[in-house]
Design a protein around this ligand. Structure first.
Ligand code: PLP
Length: 249
C-alpha cells in the first residue's frame, strides 16, 4: 500500500545546534505531518548564543540539486530561510517560477544574537528578485524595517506579510498580518520568557507546512502561530545560550 503525505521543499542554512535552520524545518514539518525536502544554502559556525560565520553553498550546486528534485518529487510548498547571498537568488527564483506553489520566505538578515548575516545590498536584491514569487513573508520587526516596511514588501510583490513582534518590547507579542487591499490584522500572544533561538524559523516552517497541507493563508497563519507558541512554551536550552522551541510534545 502506498501512503502519500504533503511535501515541503526547504532552502535554509544549517545550524549545528539544531535550534534554527534546516533542523527547525525538518522537525516542524514532521510534527505537522509533512515530509521535508531540504536543500542547504549555507553552513554556519554558531553556538546557542550567536552566529559567528556563514559559509554559502555554491549557487550552481543548489541549481543542480533543484533540477533533479523538481524532476522527481511532488512539491506542495516551499520555505526559504537563511540564504547564502545574492548570488543564489536567480537559481532559486527560477525554481519557484517552475513550481508555482505557495512560497514562505523568512528574510533572515540578522541573528538573534546580534550578528549581521547578509551583505548591505542583500535586502534590496531579495525584494527585487524573490518578493514577486512569495506568498507569505515573515520578517521580524527589525527585518521589516530593514526591508523598508511591510508596505514596501507588498509593493515588491509579496502577497502577504506577517511582521512578528517577538523582538520588540512589551508584555504581549504582537504579530501583524499585512496584505494588499485589506486593513492589517493583529495577532496577540502572551510573551514567554525568552529570548529564544529559532523561533522565527519555526514559525515560517509551520506556516509553510500548513500551506503544504492545503490550508488557506489566513488559517495557516493562525494555526502556525498557535503551534509555534505552544512549541516555545515547551522550549528547552540544550546549550548555555538561548532556549530553542520544543517542537515535539
Ligand atoms: N542560523 C540559521 C541557519 C538560521 O536560519 C537562523 C535564523 O533564521 C539563525 C541561525 C538565527 O536564528 P535566531 O535569530 O533565532 O537566533
Amino acid at each position: 500500500m502506498t501512503h502519500s503525505r504533503p511535501t515541503l521543499l526547504c532552502l535554509s542554512g544549517h545550524d549545528p545546534g539544531g535550534g534554527a535552520g534546516v533542523q527547525a524545518d525538518i522537525e516542524t514539518a514532521v510534527a505537522l505531518g509533512v515530509h521535508a525536502l531540504t536543500v542547504v544554502t549555507a553552513l554556519t559556525v554558531q553556538d546557542s548564543s550567536d552566529v559567528r560565520e556563514v559559509e554559502p553553498v555554491p549557487a550552481d550546486l543548489i541549481a543542480r540539486q533543484l533540477d533533479v528534485m523538481l524532476a522527481d518529487f511532488r512539491i506542495d510548498a516551499v520555505k526559504l530561510g537563511l540564504l547564502g547571498g545574492a548570488g543564489q537568488l536567480a537559481v532559486i527564483r527560477a525554481a519557484l517560477d517552475r513550481l508555482r506553489v505557495p512560497v514562505v520566505l523568512d528574510p533572515v538578515l540578522r541573528a538573534g544574537g546580534g550578528s549581521d548575516l547578509v551583505a548591505a545590498d542583500f535586502p534590496a536584491a531579495l525584494l527585487r528578485e524573490l518578493a514577486p514569487a512569495v506568498t507569505v513573508m515573515t520578517p521580524n520587526a527589525a527585518e521589516a524595517r530593514r526591508l523598508g516596511g511591510a508596505e514596501a514588501v507588498l509593493a515588491a510583490g509579496a502577497e502577504h506579510v506577517l511582521v512578528t513582534g517577538g523582538d520588540e518590547p512589551g508584555e504581549r507579542v504582537v504579530n501583524v498580518h499585512h496584505r494588499r487591499g485589506a486593513p492589517p490584522q493583529r495577532h496577540e500572544w502572551p510573551r514567554l520568557p525568552g529570548p529564544f533561538h529559532g523561533a522565527g524559523c519555526t514559525l515560517a516552517s509551520a506556516v509553510a507546512a500548513k500551506l503544504a497541507r492545503g490550508l488557506a493563508v489566513e488559517a495557516a497563519l493562525t494555526e502556525a502561530q498557535a503551534w509555534t507558541h505552544a512549541s516555545l512554551a515547551r522550549g528547552f536550552a540544550p546549550g548555555r545560550g538561548r532556549p530553542i522551541p520544543g517542537r515535539f510534545a
